[in-house]
Design a binder for this molecule. Structure first.
Ligand code: PPE
Length: 307
């Protein structure tokens, strides 16, 4: 699928533009240097029609990312939240992946350019979980990456910045080429950080563990899973995790907007637990997938209807 050939509308700098006309010039600054910020958001079909999952939190993170990179935002949060609703509505989608991005334009070139403007786009299209549907049940095979996750003082990992994804793509391609389904990245001290586009969780003796946020993205799915787990009476500990702690976990899973909740059944050719989706993973995954579609009353405030 060539995304540029789809039809519909994309929100660009405050206007709805026909899909195939939402273009930028080749001298766009972000295209050259990767300094931009984006979000990955999902809308789900609920009994009230399409609703965006944790819209406010995604919009807040986009603004935090821009603040970290000192990108001046030309729109306020309300406008950007509304733009996300609008693209889902305008494209007649009941379920969608929404991609807001802020980029620097072609007003200047070079690292010293000081006259750059922040431009903002929001697109939405149908994008099912990129893990094969079977993987959601049986789990995936993962390899520890030879690429290190960002050092905290290099590219600022609290920002969901375009350029950070070179690291993710290098790691993911290496894992896929070696016949695995996802990469697990370690931080520069050798502790577990995250997947190429997911946070990671372990279960051991009934306790849920996830790395501290030092070198991984402050995931919104991660936050949702922590809340669901605690509401289920589980203890959740954020701590440094070693590679071999993953090998001896009873269960492990990844979380992310695009990936949702994906069980991990093997890491570096070691079986995790019994080698199938574990019972705690199954419960959290089920409650998450019910919440996003409005079937869990306790989490109804996580959904923003687009209508
Ligand atoms: N870590 C990374 C590096 C990451 O990219 C994501 C999301 C997460 C953790 C989980 O964050 P959250 O979605 O808020 O729970 N990755 C986005 C981009 C994926 C892509 O293929 O593009 C996403 O899931 O939308």
């Amino acid at each position: 699928m060539d995304l540029s050939q789809l039809t519909g509308h994309i929100w660009l700098d405050g206007e709805m533009v026909p899909w195939q006309e939402a273009k930028v010039h080749v001298l766009t600054h972000t295209f050259h240097y990767g300094l931009g910020v984006f979000e990955g958001v999902r809308a789900y079909n609920t009994s009230q029609g399409a609703a965006i999952f944790r819209l406010q939190e995604h919009t807040d993170r986009l603004f935090r990312s821009a603040h970290i990179l000192r990108m001046e935002m030309p729109f306020d949060k309300g406008t950007l939240s509304e733009a996300q609703r609008q693209v889902v509505r305008a494209n007649g989608l009941d379920e969608a992946y929404i991609r807001p991005m802020c980029f620097l334009g072609s007003e200047g070139m070079g690292l010293r350019a000081d006259n750059l403007k922040t431009h903002v786009m929001v697109a939405a299209w149908a994008w099912p979980s990129y893990m094969d549907p079977e993987a959601m049940n049986r789990g995936i095979r993962v390899a520890t990456s030879s690429y290190t996750r960002h050092h905290v003082n290099i590219t600022m990992c609290k920002a969901k910045a375009n350029g950070n994804y070179i690291n993710s793509i290098l790691a993911l391609r290496e894992a896929l080429d070696a016949g695995f389904e996802e990469a697990l990245l370690l931080d520069n001290e050798g502790y577990v950080a995250e997947g190429s586009g997911e946070n990671v969780f372990l279960v051991r003796n009934g306790v849920l563990y996830t790395p501290e946020l030092t070198s991984c993205l402050e995931g919104i799915t991660r936050d949702s899973i922590i809340r669901i787990a605690e509401d289920q009476g589980l203890t959740v500990k954020e701590k440094r995790i070693t590679r071999d702690e993953v090998y001896v976990a009873d269960e492990a899973f990844f979380t992310g907007t695009a990936a949702e909740v994906v069980p991990i059944r093997e890491v570096d050719n070691r079986t995790i637990g019994t080698g199938v989706r574990g019972p705690i993973t199954e419960t959290l995954q089920r409650i998450y997938l019910e919440s996003v579609r409005g079937a869990q009353a306790d989490y109804a405030d996580w959904l923003a209807p687009v209508a």
